[in-house]
Write a protein that binds this ligand. Sequence first.
Ligand code: ZN
Ligand code: ZN
Length: 347
Amino acid sequence: MHAAVLTGKQQLELQERSYPAINLDEILLKVHAIGVCGSDLRIYNHGDDRIHYPRVIGHEIAGEVVDTGDHVNRFKPGDRVTLGAHIPCGECIYCQQNMGHHCVKGHSMGYQVDGGFAEYVVLPKQFVQNGSIQKIADTTSYELASLSEPFSCVLSGLEEVDAKPGETAVVYGAGAIGCMYIAALKRMGAANVIAVQRSAARQHKAKECGADVVIDPSLTDTAERISDETNGLGADTVIVTAPSALVQRESLEIAKTTGKVLYFAGIKPVTENPINTNHIIYKQLKLVGTHGAPRQLHMEAVKWIDNGLLDFSAFITHTFPLEKTDKAFQTALAKEGLKCVVKPSQV
Ligand SMILES: [Zn+2]
Ligand SMILES: [Zn+2]
């Protein structure tokens, strides 16, 4: 089989590998669609402590079960599925509390084990037992199904920041994740969704996904404009999907008293960020962060996709065959569109 293998920083190589064998507790999946995640780009550029080369990365996987070990009863060849990213140990305090995304072991597909930028991926025992493998509707394409993992993270953020109908929400960054937030906030009844985005192409996408107002911070004073939009009060909910220290600071300024702020995107390499904590105290802000998603929100994400609760096709702007995985990464890095999806089964 072919695999796009990360052999070092910024080195993706198409390699020929032997057809994977599975043991009694594993599943072999033929990968039909695999999304390029912001974290894949970070790994590509900067490496990651949890990754040793050579490694097939990629965790936004949808595909078809082609083989199952004798101990696997829940799935059979032919099942069309999409996966969560985490490989919970099942035993630690977080796993015991259904928060496998915070498992102390911190194992994920495409990190300690090979992931989805390949024709086939082996789902290890621990993933089969404790991870999220969800069947998709016959009418759902693999391409859209591969959005289940990133969208589950969006749902987790919305839950944590407690977004409510009728609110004014600001979303910093209109990449794939930002646009998912914009569309989901509108669908959940936000009265006014304001996107803050520099690139013209993504401003257009933000509009298409339902943003009521789009601010170009290189032309407009963001804080002033948001003040105008909210009668001087500030935003109820602010979601920061852009990995920017400056924007993290600004988000606290533009939130209204008793407002809520979500930091979604981590900043790598790590930078100290001096924030004005008085905003949190005197405006009584709720400042939260989220990373990953628990299994039940991954299940919920699949329901959103199966039932077409959003136009999920709007979030995928580029698809590539496996041989062009490097091009997919370059395109995603150039921020030309939203989600880039690789389709390894496509010849
Ligand atoms: Zn992801
Ligand atoms: Zn655990």
